[in-house]
Design a protein around this ligand. Structure first.
Ligand code: B1M
Length: 224
């Protein structure tokens, strides 16, 4: 495995944002996720590899250590910050140069849920595939989703949830939007979400990853 990617994985896992960051103390003065992501891209490593072989691997490790109570919320926040610093370098590579948008997707993390890294990643890749993304952020109520659908006729809706406790709000959002706009297609995703759950709550699509979301949009939500 490439040395730069290994170090980048470690920076996400340890929450080392950039060289200036004093956290964690044992990595003071070392390069962080910010510098290493830039270095990886400058070395010609494909952005997709930087994402899947370093950033996502680092964050998965954070998840395991958090579950095992080896680290705590502030550590996870620093990891999220490090991941964000690295993602900023990847964003331009996922931008589409397609002149015409294929359509619009209103994206958000459902009510009660503050996790946004996965949603941002999915949004970035969808944008890169030629779709306009209206990102409503996190903790988005069913009413706010509906308002955005009213404002963007013909849009698709993308919902993300990371907590088992907020999956009910995913269902409430699908129902709220479909009650007024039954034709609007809704795709759902996020770690606890499954295809079975998606179909149970009346969503039109489910994806475990960004690429699946793009495939759903391109195959089910365009007229050409
Ligand atoms: Co939270 N957290 N967290 N957390 N956190 C999890 C989700 C957890 C599994 C950790 C654990 O216990 N191992 C656990 C949930 C347990 C459960 O519900 N069963 C948990 C918990 C408990 C909590 C708190 C309750 C902790 C507390 O306060 N005691 C709290 C809840 C706050 C709230 O939301 N109300 C909380 C808080 C936080 C932080 C704020 C510290 C931080 C979030 C920072 C941020 O997002 N800006 C955080 C983080 C970072 C995590 C973990 C470690 C990582 C999540 C992540 O970003 N993964 C997570 C453990 C884990 O998942 N390993 C955990 C990387 C990201 C790329 O993956 O989001 O799954 P993911 O997205 C993927 C796919 O799911 C998919 O594509 C993405 C890219 O591959 N996808 C879609 C996502 N959305 C999609 C939409 C689509 C299609 C695909 O179509 C529309």
């Amino acid at each position: 495995m490439n040395e730069i990617l290994l170090s980048l994985t470690r920076c996400v896992e340890r929450g080392k944002v950039n060289m200036k960051s004093p956290y964690p103390p044992d990595m003071k003065g070392q390069e962080g996720a910010d510098e290493l992501a830039r270095k990886a891209l400058d070395a010609g490593i494909p952005p997709q590899d930087v994402l899947s072989e370093a950033l996502i691997v680092g964050m998965q490790r954070v998840g395991v250590r958090f579950r095992n109570k080896e680290i705590f919320v502030p550590d996870v926040l620093m990891a999220a910050k490090a991941m964000g610093a690295a993602m900023a370098h990847l964003k331009p590579f996922f931008k589409s140069d397609a002149l015409k948008h294929k359509g619009t997707i209103v994206m958000g993390t459902v009510l009660g849920d503050l996790h946004d890294i996965g949603k941002k990643l999915v949004s970035m890749v969808i944008e890169g595939a030629g779709w306009e993304v209206v990102d409503l952020g996190t903790d988005v109520s069913p009413e706010k989703f509906l308002k955005a659908v009213d404002e963007h006729p013909g849009c698709v809706v993308g919902l993300s949830a990371l907590l088992t406790t907020t999956m009910v709000n995913m269902e409430a959002t699908v129902k709220h939007v479909k009650a007024k706009h039954p034709q609007v297609k809704v795709i759902v995703g996020g770690a606890p979400v499954t295809a079975e759950f998606a179909s149970k709550i009346g969503a039109d699509g489910y994806s475990a990853d960004p690429q699946g979301a793009v495939e759903f949009l391109n195959s089910r939500c365009t007229s050409n």
